[in-house]
Design a protein around this ligand. Structure first.
Ligand code: PMP
Length: 407
């Protein structure tokens, strides 16, 4: 007997990313598929010591129910981490990673049929989360500087104009080292987008999962401040996470927004999980307060990823040709490629099959798109592979591409 499920479950299946990651891979596969933080960067000893201290010194604080908004020690530490974006612990809500932040914000803003404006391609995990609430998702065009303000204005004009549904409720952006493209929205473009959103009172959901992972200024966007730091009208809902800078298993992130938005988000989180895990929050708060810990840790983390980014960009240039790599990212985890017309879902099938040189995994780009996607893009992640493995993986990818081109 089938058990009837809620209508929101209709059509909900494993996401394209999960499908790419979950298939059984041969042991000799090199995976450039998952956007996974490198385990070598996890601050294992420091976290163990901090947790041990908390469980020894203040075990009840660590293990009792905590407050829904998150412990004040952690909110204070986050406010100090992002002073221009948060401006105080009362503007912060601690979340179970930024993925919970996306869900809470979607529940806050989206009725069925509400409009969400996104870049195309966008972070698939956000699109899938939004889809639970049956919105209409409008993909907008971008150029090298980011989402086109004219396209945003046009969407808003259509929405508010005669006969328009008047239902656009939020703009979702990953403006710094985007997943999947690695792109950065320029500072000038951020100000233009803010200006359009302010005129129409359209909230901006800024997903800043990778902002702290800048390696250099090769993309020329080193002066791009967060939307939250540039915002003067309380429209920006800023999502952050410790997943990439510390470790994803902590499941700790935050939402920074105007108090009138944080309060209802707090009500939503209470109905969802009461609170995030207290022991982890206190231990992370202690780590962040340790003089020099975060600066030293981030320097080491950035060194690891910079070497991997360099290895991937160099391998792509020599093995795949300069044109294939659409942009050299100054930070984050991803390089975005185009194959010039070859269907990358088919290429993945070939790349995973047993062959001379060994298999390689990646994510075909189509799944990140809204609407009719181009079939010839690829997201490669350099975060979880040492440089020598990256060079070998790109060599394998090059061999698959050569074979497909020769057909
Ligand atoms: N936003 C973006 C852009 C991401 O890439 C990810 C992780 N892949 C998340 C949010 C969610 O991460 P977490 O919940 O671990 O913070």
């Amino acid at each position: 007997m089938t058990i009837p499920l809620a209508t929101r479950m209709h059509g909900m299946t494993t996401t394209a990313i999960r499908r790419a990651l979950d298939r059984p891979l041969r042991a000799d596969t090199i995976s450039l598929a998952g956007g996974l933080p490198a385990p070598e960067t996890f601050p294992v000893d420091e976290y163990r010591a901090a947790l041990h201290r908390r469980l020894t010194d203040t075990p009840v604080d660590a293990l009792a129910y905590g407050s829904t908004e998150g412990c004040v020690e952690l909110r204070t530490a986050i406010a100090e981490l992002i002073p221009r974006a948060a401006a105080g612990p009362d503007r912060l809500l601690v979340t179970n990673g930024s993925q919970q932040g996306l869900d809470l914000v979607a529940r806050l803003l989206l009725d069925p049929g509400a409009g969400v404006v996104v870049e195309n391609p966008s972070y698939l995990g956000a699109l899938e989360t939004f889809r639970q609430y049956q919105p209409r998702v409008y993909p907008l065009a971008s150029d090298a500087e980011g989402l086109l303000p004219a396209a945003l204005s046009e969407a808003l004009r259509r929405d508010r104009g005669p006969g328009g549904p008047n239902r656009l409720r939020m703009l979702y952006l990953v403006p710094t080292f985007a997943n999947p493209t690695g792109a950065v929205t320029s500072r000038r473009r951020r100000l233009e987008i803010l200006e359009v959103c302010e005129r129409h009172r359209l909230p901006i959901v800024e997903d800043d999962a990778y902002g702290s992972l800048r390696y250099d200024d090769v993309d020329g966007a080193g002066d791009a401040e967060t939307f939250a730091a540039l915002d003067t009208s309380g429209l920006v809902i800023h999502l952050g996470t410790f997943s990439k800078m510390l470790a994803p298993g902590l499941r700790l992130g935050w939402i920074a927004a105007a108090p009138e938005l944080v309060r209802p988000l707090h009500h939503l989180k209470e109905r969802s999980d009461l609170a995030s895990a207290g022991a982890a929050q206190l231990a992370v708060a202690d780590l962040l307060r340790e003089p020099g810990f975060l600066a030293g840790h981030l320097e080491r983390v950035r060194d690891v990823y910079r070497a991997r980014r360099d290895a991937m960009v160099a391998a792509c240039a020599t093995r795949l040709g300069e044109a294939a790599c659409l942009r050299v990212p100054g930070g984050g985890f991803f390089v975005w490629l185009t194959t010039g017309g070859l269907d990358t879902a088919r290429l993945l099938h070939e790349a995973l099959a047993p062959r001379d040189g060994g298999p390689v995994a990646f994510v075909p780009g189509a799944g990140f798109h809204v609407g009719d996607p181009p079939r010839d893009t690829v997201r490669l992640s350099f975060s979880a592979c040492p440089p020598e493995r990256i060079a070998e993986a790109v060599r394998r990818l090059g061999a698959v591409l050569d074979l497909a081109r020769a057909e």
